[in-house]
Design a protein around this ligand. Structure first.
Ligand code: ADP
Ligand code: ADP
Length: 231
């Protein structure tokens, strides 16, 4: 699904250059659940932004679903991002003036899907996260765990090839965080490919593979032998 070849990303120039990512290479197969781990400033966001087609490497290349991303037009990258990648954030990023269902519909609005079909598909996605009964709620009428499940439904609604989750449990207490990890594991068992950033070892050990970053360099890339299974 993904091939990263010697990705590097620097910020600034001359004497003030920061190398945020250095020579990162890895392959990702369909169906994997990868945690990207490392201390603050180690390059996790930089790597996620490149994988999510929000940023480009200074050197190296990224092949996503067989497509070289280096010389892709911004329009094409935006279309791939909207239709093939689902994003989940630490702070949910739901629109407060839209219902849960409308929030889940959003990626389909951008994709130009008609209203009736949008509603059907958003309702299906809400069903997958167990929140059909909350479709007409406002985000602030929902608990943090529920808001994150709405955000996961929004990430699923386009049937993406890849889900990118940035600290998905970072704003939740540990019990609710575990429920979110159980949901992500369940989706992975159904064949969803997931890349998640976390700095929490317990959260990371729910994944099946951990890529460790330090000072912009991949210092480890291993399957998780004693993977934590929830639910
Ligand atoms: P992490 O997500 O692991 O905390 P980041 O990818 O955000 O790490 O940052 C990696 C390094 O790149 C850090 O030294 C950070 O200060 C630097 N960095 C990140 N974004 C920028 C930017 N837009 N401009 C300059 N330096 C940046
Ligand atoms: P969780 O199982 O995610 O921890 P809670 O026990 O916090 O859920 O919430 C139980 C119910 O209370 C939920 O169905 C939710 O709709 C409602 N609820 C939780 N927090 C709030 C809030 N801040 N405002 C309104 N309703 C809330």
């Amino acid at each position: 699904l993904l091939k990263a070849i010697s990705l590097s990303r620097s910020y600034g120039h001359d004497s003030t250059t920061t190398v945020a990512l250095r020579d990162a290479s890895f392959d990702l197969m369909d169906g994997e659940f990868v945690a990207i781990m490392g201390p603050s400033g180690s390059g996790k966001s930089t790597l996620m932004n490149i994988i999510g087609l929000l940023d480009r490497p200074t050197s190296g290349s990224l092949i996503f679903a067989g497509e070289h991303t280096a010389n892709m037009s911004p329009d094409h990258a935006a279309r791939l991002r909207n239709c093939r990648i689902g994003f989940v954030f630490q702070s949910y990023n739901l629109l407060g003036r839209n219902t849960a269902l409308e929030n889940v519909e959003l990626p389909l609005v951008y994709a130009g899907v008609r209203r009736r079909e949008r509603e059907l598909r958003a309702a299906e996605a809400l069903d997958k996260v167990g929140l059909s009964d909350k479709a007409q709620r406002w985000p602030l009428q929902l608990s943090g765990g529920e808001q994150q499940r709405i955000a996961i439904a929004r990430a699923l609604v386009t049937d993406p090839a890849l889900i990118l989750a940035d600290e998905p449990t970072g704003a939740l207490d540990s019990r609710t965080g575990n429920e979110i990890m159980a949901l992500l594991q369940h989706l992975n068992e159904q064949g969803r490919t997931i890349i998640m950033v976390t700095h929490d070892d317990i959260v990371g050990s729910h994944a099946s593979r951990i890529i460790r970053l330090q000072d912009g360099t991949i210092i480890g890339d291993q399957d998780v032998p004693d993977r934590l299974l929830t639910g």
